[in-house]
Structure formats: structure tokens, C-alpha cells
Design a protein around this ligand. Structure first.
Ligand code: ATP
Ligand code: MG
Ligand code: MG
Length: 459
């Protein structure tokens, strides 16, 4: 994919946007893009005066000259740099994403609504073409990696509640204030908020951004040998710093979460702040201006999307329900497979009905694709025998949740997984649900303790 129209090859230390952003290490990738941790050399410099203190690159035709006017005091900030493939259709997709990210940023000046913040965007010319780049606030690991890190055992309900509060806050904002449907909500697209504060970090001194040859230099510009020496030195420092960032990240947001479980011991998530944000607006749409019929990642896809009965905000609520279940149990709620004589869609519908009961006939036969799967009675055509295993029983029998907890969680989740989209609660209604507002016994204990402490101090 690293060819004309494809990904842009990035080396650590590569400068972007005239040297403002310096690539540090790869964070992730998708079909359309790679995502990099980068330094924003300007982010914490607020006054225009300070601009002159930063490093400037002057491009004069092929010849590049560096001006280091002063050693800048980088109170650096990290950003995530999403670099799109360059071909026309990918550029189009990036512009689409930028439209939605910008709308989300414009309506959330305080940046409190649990949606990733778009900081900047620009074009970057490389050997494979012009790449649209999005500069996003730097976040931590995804919930998918968190689930994996926790060895697919599921998280404690109090943690799930914290995470759900963030997701619902984000969805409520997108739905009610912006009229936007995310259309691809899933654990992979929800990122923990990174608690790294480079400003307070002792590692910071090692984080001087790397000054690399700006573009154009490769065409034979060739800096002075002194410059090359400085570059090399800075490059080594940057590499060391990057290694340190990774280490810190392990302890901050739950780990080098990519690694599979190797030992059987419990992994502690103590002290990890369970705040998170919704990312990946590549598939977002407006409720009144939709682009695609087939939306969402398979396992998180709502029944009305499969049946092509039309959709709205409530498709995100369905995906939210699937995600919440996965956080609690470590397992995907629905993992459909193609089988002997039936397809993935029909298996998916069967799995839904085994958990949630029979789909009301009107809904089953009401979609443009209904005839492919259902007969006129509203029974599946090829999968005839279903084994009903309702949610509260599943949580107790298979996942060993205590009866009470299972019942309460099932009461919260079941309405979100209503077959009838209009019956599903909104994000706002979910936020008000008793399950979301349980005060945990642990917190109670903490509160009592702190009250006792206060009394002692006063006494
Ligand atoms: P594509 O559109 O190219 O198919 P995608 O839509 O899945 O990919 P994203 O989900 O936006 O792309 O990003 C891909 C990965 O990059 C994420 O799963 C995550 O690991 C990482 N990533 C994205 N944004 C950030 C961010 N703001 N901070 C940290 N990491 C990020
Ligand atoms: Mg994604
Ligand atoms: Mg995308």
C-alpha cells in the first residue's frame, strides 16, 4: 500500500505542516490511513511573539536552510496525526471526516463532550501523492485493547459505568446537538483519555523535538555537516524519548495493551482513569442526509440496517448496547458466522432472537431485505430452531454475575436492544437510568472513610 495513491511512508522525525508537527511513533492504522504520535511544536506557545522563538524552516527552491533563532522552550504537546492515503477517493473520505470532526469541535469549545478534538488539518505532499492529514488530540489506547489487556474477562461494573457515561455523553452530544449519527461505534473506536501530562513529566527534558530535514531536502538540498550532526543527535534523543513515552503509557492507560495475556495473574487497572472519547468519524452522517445503506461494523450492526428498513440515531444506541455488554463480559454480544445453507446476516438475526426473543412480525417483514431472511409469518427461512437464552440468565449462567447485578444490568441494557428502533432509549435517557446512577459500595466506603477523617481533623 506504500505506493502511488497509497499510504505515505513516515520516518521518525519527519516534519509536517512546515515543521510544526514532528512524527514520533506509529499509533495505529486503518484501511485509509496511518496514525502517528507527533509533537506539536506550537501548541503551547500562545503569544504570536513566541512564534519567532520556534524553529522555522525556510524552503528556497531545492535548497533548505535552517534558522534556529533561539533554543525554544518546548512545553510540548502531543497530537495524533492521521495521514490519509493519497488517491482521490481517500482524499474525499478525509474531507468527509474533517467536515464531521469540525462540526463536533465547533459545538464543543470547552472540549468536554467526549468526542475527539480536531486541532488542525493540512495537505502533505510526498512521493506517493498529496495526503490529507488530520491533527487530533492525542488519546490513549482503545477499549478493545483494554478488553484484551484484561484478558477478555470483563471489567468491573463500576468501571463499565464510567466508560458508559463517557460514551453516552458523546452520543447525546452528536445526536441531540448536532443531528449526527456516528455509524461505526465499537470498542476499537473509543479511546481512553491519555493521562500523560508532558508539562509535568520529568521525561520532558528528553523530549526536544527532532528537527529533521524538511521536504525538498531529499532532492539534493543537503544541509551543512554541522546541521547533520545536530540532526543526528536530536534524532537519538527523540528515539530515547519515544521509548520512554511508551513505557509511561503502559502504566498510564493500562498498558502496552497490544500484548496478549501471557501470565495468568490478575492485571490491575487500579488508578487508571476510565475516561474515554469517541473517535473515527469516517462513516458519520447527518440524520437527515445519509450516504450509505450498509453502515456499521458487522458485530455492532443494528437489525434495521440488516433488513434495510431505514435508520436513525438509534443505530448508535444498538452499537452502544453491544459495546457495553462486551465491556462487562469480555465477549462480543453477537458474533455471527456463515453456516451450512445460511449466510452471515441470517445467523446474525437468529442470534439476536435467541437473546432477545422473537422479532415482532411487523418489524421482521418490514424491510427491503426482509424477504431474503423471513417468511410471511416472520420466521427465519433457513434457521428454524432457536434456543432462547435471555440476557439476565446469560449473564448469570455463562458469565457468573451475581443475580442482582445481572438483573440490574439487564434492565439497563434490554431496552437499548429493542428490535423496534423508536422504542430504544436515547443517550440522554440512558444517562438518567438508575443503573447509570448507582453509587458504588466502594465509593460509599470511601465516603464514610473521608467523612470520618474530616471529623477527626475538625475534632
Ligand atoms: P481508516 O479510516 O483509515 O480505515 P480508521 O477509520 O479505523 O481507519 P481511526 O479509528 O481514526 O481510523 O484510527 C485508527 C487507529 O489509530 C485507532 O484505532 C487508534 O489506535 C489510533 N488513533 C486514532 N486516533 C487517535 C488519537 N486521537 N490518539 C491516539 N491514537 C489514535
Ligand atoms: Mg477506527
Ligand atoms: Mg474510518
Amino acid at each position: 500500500s506504500y505506493r502511488k495513491g497509497g499510504y505515505h511512508a513516515v520516518r521518525i522525525g519527519d516534519p509536517f505542516s512546515g515543521g510544526r508537527y514532528i512524527a514520533q511513533r506509529k499509533l495505529g492504522w486503518g484501511q485509509f490511513s496511518t496514525v502517528w504520535l507527533a509533537f506539536d511544536t506550537l501548541s503551547s506557545v500562545h503569544t504570536p511573539l513566541s512564534l519567532s522563538l520556534s524553529v522555522s524552516f525556510n524552503l528556497i527552491r531545492d535548497r533548505t536552510t535552517f534558522h534556529i533563532q533561539s533554543i525554544p522552550k518546548f512545553s510540548t504537546n502531543y497530537v495524533a496525526l492521521k495521514i490519509q492515503k493519497s488517491a482521490q477517493q481517500f482524499a474525499q473520505a478525509a474531507l468527509h471526516e474533517i467536515e464531521f470532526l469540525s462540526a463536533a469541535a465547533d459545538g464543543d469549545l470547552q472540549n468536554t463532550k467526549c468526542v475527539v478534538r480536531l486541532i488542525d488539518h493540512f495537505k502533505h505532499a510526498g512521493p506517493n501523492g498529496q495526503h490529507l492529514c488530520m491533527v487530533l488530540e492525542f488519546l490513549g489506547d482503545s477499549l478493545l485493547r483494554l478488553i484484551r489487556y484484561n484478558r477478555y474477562k470483563g471489567l468491573k461494573l463500576d468501571r463499565v459505568r464510567e466508560i458508559c457515561r463517557c460514551i453516552l455523553t458523546g452520543l447525546d452530544y452528536l445526536h441531540r446537538e448536532l443531528g449526527m449519527i456516528h455509524s461505526d461505534l465499537k470498542p476499537e473506536n473509543i479511546l481512553l483519555v491519555s493521562t500523560i501530562d508532558p508539562g509535568k513529566d520529568p521525561v520532558r527534558s528528553g523530549l526536544t523535538p527532532l528537527l529533521e530535514k524538511p521536504e525538498g531536502n531529499a532532492n539534493g538540498g543537503g544541509g551543512s555537516s554541522t546541521m547533520n550532526l545536530i540532526e543526528k543527535k536530536l534524532k537519538r534523543r527523540a528515539k530515547r524519548a519515544v521509548a520512554k513515552i511508551s513505557e509511561r503509557r503502559v502504566s498510564m492507560v493500562g498498558g502496552a495493551l497490544g500484548e496478549e495475556a501471557s501470565s495468568k495473574s490478575e492485571r490491575s487497572l487500579d488508578g487508571i482513569d476510565m475516561r474515554c472519547k469517541v473517535v473515527d468519524f469516517g462513516n458519520a452522517c447527518w440524520a437527515d442526509k445519509q450516504f450509505a445503506e450498509e453502515i456499521q461494523t458487522r458485530q455492532y450492526r443494528a437489525p434495521e440496517v440488516i433488513l434495510k428498513s431505514g435508520y436513525s440515531f438509534s443505530v448508535d444506541m444498538w452499537s452502544f448496547g453491544c459495546t457495553a455488554f462486551e465491556l462487562v463480559t469480555g465477549d462480543m454480544l453477537f458474533a455471527p458466522k456463515e453456516g451450512n445453507g445460511y449466510g452471515e446476516d441470517e445467523d446474525h438475526l437468529a442470534l439476536m432472537m435467541e437473546l432477545l426473543g422473537k422479532m415482532p412480525r411487523k418489524i421482521a417483514i418490514g424491510g427491503a431485505r426482509s424477504k431474503d431472511y423471513f417468511d410471511r409469518h416472520g420466521d427465519l427461512k433457513r434457521i428454524r430452531r432457536l434456543k432462547y437464552w435471555p440476557l439476565d440468565r446469560l449473564l448469570v449462567d455463562k458469565y457468573k454475575l451475581p443475580e442482582g447485578e445481572a438483573k440490574e444490568f439487564a434492565e439497563f441494557l434490554s431496552p437499548v436492544l429493542e428490535f423496534a428502533p423508536e422504542k430504544r432509549p436515547t443517550a440522554q435517557q440512558c444517562l438518567e437510568h438508575p443503573w447509570m446512577n448507582v453509587v458504588s459500595t466502594q465509593n460509599d466506603a470511601d465516603n464514610v472513610e473521608s467523612q470520618v477523617r474530616n471529623l477527626k481533623i475538625k475534632g
